[in-house]
Every structure is written in C-alpha cells, then in structure tokens.
Design a protein around this ligand. Sequence first.
Ligand code: S3P
Length: 165
Amino acid sequence: IRMETMTPNIVLVGFMGAGKTSVGKAIEQLKGYRFVDLDQVIVQICGRSIPEIFSLRGEEAFRQLESAALRSLQGVRRTVLSTGGGIVGRAENWETMHRFGPVVYLEADWAVLQERIGQGEGRPLASAEGGWEKVMALWEKRLPLYLQADLRVDCSQGSPEQVAL
Ligand code: S3P
C-alpha cells in the first residue's frame, strides 16, 4: 500500500478472511504505524470475547459497541486500524473512518476468503454450522458497501508483507 505522503492513519476494511489483521501488522512492522485492531478494542472495553458478545447481547448490541469503539479512537495518529468485516454497514462508521484517514479496501476472491475463514472459529457470523450460503450472501450484500473506500488492494495473492509494500 503506497502512501506517498505520510497520512495520519490508514483504515483497513474488507470481508472476514481478507487479511486485515495480517496486513495491518505488516504495515506496523514495515512502515512504522501503530497497529490497532478494532475487535480487540471492543473486547477490551467489554471484557468479553466477540463470540460471547454476540451470544449474550446479539448482533445489534455488537454493532453499537463497534461504532462507539470506533469513535473512541478519535485523535489517534500514525495508526493503522483494522476493522471488523461488518463495519461497512452503518453510514456513521464511514463518516468516522473517513475522518481518520484513507480507507483501504482489502479485497480477495470468494474462494480465497472461504479458505482463510476455514471453520469460522471466533467468528460468530461465519461459523461452520451456519453453512456457506449464508456467509456468501452476506459477502455479496456487502460488496457494494466496501466500494466506498478510497483505495482498493487485491489480497488474493501474495504475503501480507507484499500487500503492505
Ligand atoms: C464480523 C467480522 C469480524 C467481527 C465480528 C463480525 C462481520 O471481524 O467484527 O465477528 O460482521 O463480518 P473480522 O472481519 O476481523 O473477522
């Protein structure tokens, strides 16, 4: 990801399995940005895992926590922020993300995403019991939303480091 002028922050969006966390960590290593994973921020605020939040409080509550956690990062600098795959569903999240800095969409082919999601461990919306049709429908529904990003980077091939460079 080439950022000719050093931008204050970089925001990574994309579906589950696109590699947001791996690419974010590579950008931290190679470009000196601080890496923050929004799901981890939510876990820290709540003191519960993502699957626990979904099962105890439901998806709507999770989305509210997610938007609040995103807003709480206001003012961060030289940070690469990895977001959850569903961040793109709310217009207010786009406003917040665009204020941080350029939003980069990490895209990958469906087959690649499917392989990386695997059994969907730790991902309540992609657990194996739910079946792939549901996950694929979610992906298709979100595809046009990801296009609100400022940049698109294909992550189907290559290592996280290659994508980061
Ligand atoms: C979600 C993706 C997850 C996590 C939560 C919901 C989604 O993040 O935020 O399970 O709606 O796609 P990753 O994209 O990092 O797996």
